[in-house]
Ligand binder design. Structure first.
Ligand code: NDP
Length: 495
């Protein structure tokens, strides 16, 4: 099959002058610096977006602040849920347009944009909408002594923190954006979101749909630009919370900038070097299918995906042979080709980073398969499996954020745990075994925000997600997000 035909709406949207979305209006942006947007499947420029100036960032924050105090505060919790559900309906109704836009900017397979990114954004949005009427405080009976017969009662209120600065990466710009937008809006906050310079378009279109859904002007703003636009946003004194997803180095800078700005609270969803452990009783075929799917989906550019795989020595040969054979069968092709099973990396800078890892792997490791760029336009490389030399191998420790799996054998569980935990990161991990008691004994000892058994990278809106150690601060989903987007106010009454 070949590339799908673009919808006329997508062609028209690409041709528009793009900038920001402020005060309920699409803005072309000031005449000034702009960023070219490339299609990773061909490397060609498909559109351009203006970079936000300090004045534009301030205008977006001010409009969010006014809406926080005014229009959004006047909307009842029930109605907030209705509006968010309406936005979910509109995203669903415009799913193909949004999926095509996202695929064009990110290089994500059109199947993945349709079936996961856009479809799951709708599921998450509806889940969050359900929280609108369920965010409550508590009542408590104070234990103060009563000297003159007086009594006391107390309760807590969960109040929205205010304007949220959402900063999101390029790998799942819509889905990660929706997590932050929905968390902010359902708790009564308003948001200014900055997408990555590589994937700025789809959230702009969603901001238009939000207005159509009934979100008042100023509640949901988008500013575009490079890191500098994010920095300006964080430093604005009217920003009450930063919700960031991205790499560890940027996350550390963002956390420091937020603290320095105004002691602004920050949640940080950061990178990982996630281990998968195949125990001696592993179903090898099941694990090969699972690792193939989760380590190589979106060309490995998934924060939660397994990059280091520890395999019981008795199963190493069978696992690596079968994984290498399965990867060799993948059809590599354009992100817009629904038959392609493996596409391009997201941008030219990331391609260079991955080629650097390949060079090191070819120089120092046994390469099972891949470790080469493809000779074609765009940012294509081969899916890659390498054997680690020993536990200190850099390929077991540095996040590649690409289609590279590094395999190391282990002999016993004590050694396995030491290997799994030998990382500054702690985002996700998985165990592949049918021995339930072994899995339940290991899980509490694994240093990770999420542990899966016989699967990896399975996110559900009801299950909290976030990192331990250097993989982040805070949790998204479940009820856990409420704490980060609200302030707890205590009220005491003497009567
Ligand atoms: P970056 O950290 O480079 O960028 C993330 C966002 O921050 C982008 O919008 C970027 O803008 C912006 N930014 C860059 N510099 C600054 C700054 N000084 N102040 C404020 N904002 C800034 O990450 P990537 O986009 O490269 O994404 C890949 C990383 O994200 C990986 O490490 C991955 O593991 C992690 N990630 C974590 C997830 C999680 O849930 N834990 C989920 C997805 C990804 P611009 O792009 O324009 O530079």
């Amino acid at each position: 099959m070949s590339d799908i035909q673009l919808l006329p709406a997508v062609v028209e949207f690409l041709a528009r002058p793009h900038g920001h979305f402020i005060e309920g209006q699409y803005q072309a942006g000031e005449a000034g610096p702009s960023v070219d947007i490339h299609d990773p499947s061909s490397g060609t420029v498909i559109s351009r977006v203006a970079e936000a100036s300090e004045v534009e960032v301030a205008r977006a924050v001010l409009s969010a602040r006014q809406a926080f105090k005014g229009s959004w505060a006047e909307v009842s919790p029930y109605q907030k849920g209705v509006v968010l559900n309406r936005l979910a309906d509109l995203i669903e109704a415009n799913a193909e347009e949004l999926a095509q836009l996202e695929t064009l900017c990110s290089g994500k397979s059109i199947n993945l944009s349709r079936g996961l990114e856009i479809a799951q954004s709708v599921v998450f949005l509806r889940y969050f909408a359900g929280w609108a009427t369920k965010i409550t405080g508590q009542t408590m009976t104070p234990s103060l002594p009563s000297f003159g017969g007086e009594r006391y009662t107390a309760f807590t209120l969960r109040e929205p923190v205010g304007v949220v600065a959402g900063i999101v990466p390029w790998n799942f710009s819509v889905m990660i954006g929706i997590w932050k937008i929905a968390s902010a809006l359902v708790t009564g906050c308003t948001i200014v979101i900055k997408p990555s310079e590589f994937t700025p378009l789809t959230l702009l279109r969603i901001a238009e749909l939000a207005v159509e859904a009934g979100v008042p002007a100023g509640v949901f703003n988008v500013v575009n630009g490079r890191g500098q636009a994010g920095q300006l946003l964080i430093e604005h004194p009217l920003v009450a919370k930063v919700a960031f997803t991205g790499s560890v180095p940027t996350g550390i800078a963002v956390g420091k900038a937020a603290m320095a700005a105004n002691l602004t609270r920050a949640t940080l969803e950061l990178g990982g070097k996630n281990p998968a452990a195949l125990l001696a009783d592993v179903d090898v075929d099941g694990a090969v299918a699972g690792i193939l799917q989760t380590a190589f989906v979106h060309q490995g550019q998934v924060c939660a995906s397994p990059e280091r795989v520890y395999v019981h020595r008795s199963k190493v040969q069978e696992f690596t042979r079968k994984l290498g054979e399965a990867l060799g069968q993948l059809k590599i092709g354009s992100a817009l080709d629904p038959d392609a099973q493996f596409g391009p990396l997201a941008n030219a800078a990331h391609l260079q980073k991955i080629l650097g890892f390949f060079e090191r792997a070819r120089a120092s490791n046994t390469v099972v398969c891949g470790a080469k760029a493809l000779d074609r336009p765009g940012y294509f490389v081969e899916p890659t499996v390498v054997l680690a030399n020993d536990p200190s191998d850099p390929l077991l420790h540095e996040e590649t954020f690409g289609p590279i799996v590094c395999v190391l054998p282990f002999d016993d569980e004590e050694q396995l745990l030491a290997l799994m935990n030998d990382s500054p990161y702690g985002l996700t991990a998985s165990l592949w075994t049918n021995d339930l008691s072994k899995a339940l004994r290991l899980i509490p000892q694994i240093e990770a925000g999420t542990v899966w058994v016989n699967m990896h990278t399975f996110l559900d809106p009801a299950v909290p997600f976030g990192g331990s150690k250097a993989s982040g601060v805070g949790r998204e989903f479940g009820s856990a997000f409420i704490e980060d987007y609200t302030e707890l106010k205590s009220v005491m009454i003497r009567y």
